[in-house]
Design a protein around this ligand. Structure first.
Ligand code: NAD
Length: 371
C-alpha cells in the first residue's frame, strides 16, 4: 500500500490497455497502483491478485468516490474517455486519459471546461510522442537545426479488421465512422515539431471501399483516409490513416521538412530513421542515420533508461509518458500533453469527419483555448 506522500493511482480498463501502466506504477518511487477497475470481474480479480492490488471495482464511479485514489488512468474504449475523465476531474482527481481525448467536438468542449474547473491535472496519454526517434527529432527542432519547419507527415497504417471483431467498440468508433477516427499517434509527434502551432483548418478525402467485414457489411471508414492540415504558422501536415487495407503494419511513419534539414522515419525491410541537416552535412545533401545524433540531442535520462523503460511497450513510450505525468503532479506543473495540447491532437480528427462528409471541403478546426 502507498505511503502518505505517494500519488495513489486507480486504473480504469485495467484488464485491457490500462494494464500497460501497471508495471511502471508498481516500480515507481513517487506513485503506486492501489486500485483497479474493469467490468470483466473474473479477469480483474485474477490480474489484481497477480500484481497484489487489494482494491478492485467493476464500477468506475465507485472507484473515484472511494477516497482511496489521487489519480486515475482511463484505459477504456474511446467513447468512455470523456465521461470517465470528467467524473474524475469533478472530484479533483488527476487524469491520464488514453487517446483520442474525445469522440465529438461537443463532448471535447465539456472536457475542456471540466479540466479548467478542476484542481486535478489532465494529460492525454499520447505515447507515440515519447518514441525515441520522435524525441530525437523534437530535440533537434528545439535546437533550431531544422531552420523553419514547414511540412510534416504522419501515417498510422494498422490493419485491424480482426481486432475489430474482438474489441467490438472499434467497429463502431474507429471503422464505423468516416474520416480520421484515430489521429493522435500520427499528428501528435508532428505537432510537437511545429511547437506552438495548431491545426486551424483541414480537408479530408478517402480512397473508397474495397473490403467488407465478416457480416458482409461495408466499413463506413474508407480504406485509406488522407487529411491535409493547415497550421497556424502557415505550415502543412499530411496525415494518412488506414485500418482496413490488407498489408503489413506501419504505425510509425513520419517525415519533416525544414529550411535547414529534413527527416524520414523507417519504412521497413532494413530501412532506418534518417536525417539530413545542414549543420552536420553543410556541403552535401545526403542522409545520415538519425541514431548517430542521439547522444548529442537526447536528454540524459533517455540515454540511460531504467529497466522499466526498456520493458515498457511502444518503444518505452508507455513508461516515459507516465513518468512525465507523475512529475507534473509532483511539481504542480502543467503536464506536457495537457488539455489544450490534447485538443490540438484530437480535434482535427473530429473536424475531418465533417470535411469528408462534405466531399472534402476545407473546414475550420476549433481552438479549445477560446472555450
Ligand atoms: N496509446 C496506445 O498505444 C493504445 C494502444 C491500444 C489502445 N489504446 C486506446 O486504449 C483504449 C482501450 O483500448 P483496448 O485495445 O485496450 O480495448 P479493450 O476493449 O481491449 O480494453 C478496454 C478495457 O476496458 C474495459 N471496460 C469497458 N467498459 C468499461 C467500463 N465502463 N468501466 C470499466 N472498464 C471498462 C474492458 O473490459 C476492457 O478490459 C482505447 O481508447 C484505445 O484507443 C491506445
Amino acid at each position: 500500500m502507498a505511503g502518505d506522500d505517494m500519488i495513489r493511482f486507480g486504473v480504469i480498463g485495467a484488464v485491457g490497455r490500462g494494464s500497460s501502466f501497471v508495471r511502471t506504477l508498481r516500480a515507481h518511487p513517487d506513485a503506486d497502483l492501489v486500485a483497479m477497475c474493469d467490468i470483466q470481474e473474473d479477469v480483474l480479480a485474477e490480474r489484481a491478485a497477480e500484481v497484489e492490488v487489494e482494491l478492485t471495482f467493476t464500477d468506475a464511479e465507485a472507484m473515484v468516490d472511494s477516497g482511496e485514489i489521487d489519480a486515475v488512468i482511463v484505459g477504456t474504449p474511446m467513447p468512455l474517455h470523456v465521461p470517465q475523465s470528467i467524473m474524475a476531474l469533478e472530484r479533483d482527481l488527476h487524469v491520464l486519459s488514453e487517446v483520442p481525448a474525445a469522440v465529438s467536438i461537443e463532448e471535447a468542449r465539456d472536457l475542456v471546461l471540466a479540466a479548467k474547473a478542476s484542481s486535478g491535472s489532465y494529460m492525454m496519454a499520447e505515447n507515440y510522442c515519447y518514441m525515441r526517434p520522435n524525441v530525437i527529432v523534437r530535440e533537434i527542432v528545439r535546437a533550431g537545426l531544422f531552420g523553419d519547419v514547414y511540412f510534416g507527415e504522419g501515417e498510422y497504417v494498422h490493419e485491424l479488421k480482426a481486432l475489430n471483431e474482438t474489441t467490438t467498440w472499434r467497429r463502431k468508433w474507429q471503422t464505423g465512422i468516416n474520416g480520421n477516427t484515430y489521429p493522435t499517434h500520427s499528428l501528435g509527434p508532428c505537432l510537437q515539431w511545429f511547437e506552438g502551432q495548431r491545426v486551424t483548418s483541414l480537408m479530408c478525402s478517402g480512397s473508397g471501399h474495397h473490403y467488407r467485414d465478416p457480416r458482409g457489411d461495408e466499413y463506413q471508414l474508407e480504406d485509406s483516409v488522407l487529411v491535409l492540415c493547415r497550421l497556424s504558422g502557415g505550415g502543412l501536415i499530411k496525415l494518412r490513416l488506414d485500418m482496413i487495407s490488407d498489408r503489413p503494419h506501419n504505425m510509425t511513419y513520419y517525415s519533416l521538412q525544414g529550411t535547414d534539414g529534413c527527416y524520414e522515419a523507417a519504412r521497413g525491410l532494413g530501412d532506418e530513421p534518417k536525417i539530413w541537416l545542414r549543420d552536420t552535412n553543410p556541403d552535401e545533401m545526403v542522409w545520415q542515420p538519425l541514431e548517430e545524433l542521439a547522444e548529442r540531442f537526447l536528454p540524459a535520462h533517455w540515454l540511460n533508461p531504467p529497466e522499466e523503460a526498456l520493458q515498457a511497450g511502444h518503444g518505452g513510450g508507455d513508461y516515459w509518458e507516465l513518468q512525465d505525468f507523475i512529475n507534473a503532479i509532483s511539481n504542480g506543473s502543467e503536464p506536457p500533453i495537457g488539455i489544450h495540447h490534447a485538443m490540438d491532437m484530437s480535434l482535427p480528427g473530429l473536424a475531418s469527419q465533417k470535411s469528408i462528409a462534405e466531399g472534402g471541403t476545407w473546414v475550420a478546426v476549433p481552438d479549445s483555448r477560446l472555450w
